[in-house]
Design a protein around this ligand. Sequence first.
Ligand code: FES
Length: 161
Amino acid sequence: MTDTPLEPTRRDFLKIAWAFFGGLALVETAGVFIAYLQPRLAEGEFGSVISAGLVDDFPPNSVTHISNGRFYVVRLGDGGFMAVYHRCTHLGCTVPWDPAAQKFVCPCHNSQFDQQGTVENPPAPRPLDLFGVSIENGEVKVDTGDLRQRQSFESAQVVYP
Ligand code: FES
């Protein structure tokens, strides 16, 4: 009669270790795969749809910078909305709104744009770009993934509540 060992053998230990680390690797791989399938952008980040605020938050004839979206909400005197990208169409500097002059003035090479983003003073080659705007349940939503270049201002670029 032979005695069977009660202690795990070296072979048993290696089997358990392989099973443990193999399972851990599978869990990590599954986690990476699930993360890959998640949407790339969270709501409210640049590149996604951003809620700029309620229609009544923007008085007619106003310009409001939405810094996390990198755009200005321009509400024209007639109540229409535009979302103007704050990036200069010359070489890409951020263009501030000058409330005293009532225009966008680029600090880099002095391009100037009116309230609708139309070039008033070169070297900018074209108006400031726009983002798509929609108004849903009294809320102004701007799709910063929907960049629209243009050559001039057109009334179709304005969205009304
Ligand atoms: S980058 Fe704005 S004028 Fe040159």
